[in-house]
Design a protein around this ligand. Sequence first.
Ligand SMILES: Nc1ncnc2c1ncn2[C@@H]1O[C@H](COP(=O)(O)OP(=O)(O)O)[C@@H](O)[C@H]1O
Ligand SMILES: CC(=O)N[C@@H](CCC(=O)OP(=O)(O)O)C(=O)O
Length: 262
Amino acid sequence: MFVVKIGGNILDSPERLQAFLVDFAQLPGPKLLVHGGGKIASAFGQRLGITPRMVEGRRITDAETLELVTMVYGGLVNKQVVAKLQALGCNAIGLTGADANIIPAHLRPVRTIDYGFAGDVEGPETINVQALEAFFQVGLTPVVAPLTHDTQGSMLNTNADTIASVLATALAQNHSVQLIYCFEKKGVLQNAEDEDSVIPHINAEKYQALKEDGVVNAGMVPKLDNAFAALQQGVQAVQICDAAAIKQLVEGNNAGTLITFS
Ligand SMILES: Nc1ncnc2c1ncn2[C@@H]1O[C@H](COP(=O)(O)OP(=O)(O)O)[C@@H](O)[C@H]1O
Ligand SMILES: CC(=O)N[C@@H](CCC(=O)OP(=O)(O)O)C(=O)O
């Protein structure tokens, strides 16, 4: 089974998004797509006079921002992706974590930083896998927005890389799962300026060294943390690659960066 995540820079480009969705729609067997959209939420926020505030790649979500991200992720982005997949013959169903209680979460506790209405997922055991399996059984492809809920009536904002990791882990109980993080670069790069400097393989030891040397930073840190969390909890393989390489990858060819534990 494929669990694929696409980030904001792909969603923001109509050409890249369409090319990716054509390939995704053709993936064989049951599959699930998680989308981000941080960049689009920030741009829409600016139009509404809401200034984005990010700390370590995570958005500070005040009450106004929660309304914004609920509209942008759960509405605009999710439904546009679903409609495009329908046009490609992929019977997609758009979901947030509240729908079918797929991803219950709790408000992130305030430690040094108050992230506001940010949701932490307990773990893969709280995911409503039964509901996801029911969707697969009737041939539906879930398209999941980066929103969770607190089970008390409030939506919460959760990083899309985390959602992909936790859903892949939960589905790994019953399936052999390949988790693919698609973004706008060819993979994890040794040199951010050089698209041809893809690191083909990263294990836990190498990740530590890359972090210490500053080669891996910003949004790549939570992505890799989430990749290792998934591998530790039963996900078969994690790949970080260009959204344009997904077809190549599922055909068994190398693309991007393979993440393994050892
Ligand atoms: N070594 C690296 N290789 C590639 N990207 C890196 C690296 N270190 C940091 N990054 C940054 O991480 C970003 C990807 O994380 P993020 O912005 O969360 O992506 P997404 O589009 O998937 O949401 C890249 O756009 C890049 O700016
Ligand atoms: C809590 C938190 O930070 N949530 C993210 C969810 C969107 C996301 O992860 O989008 P990308 O994958 O496109 O970055 C945010 O609001 O930016």
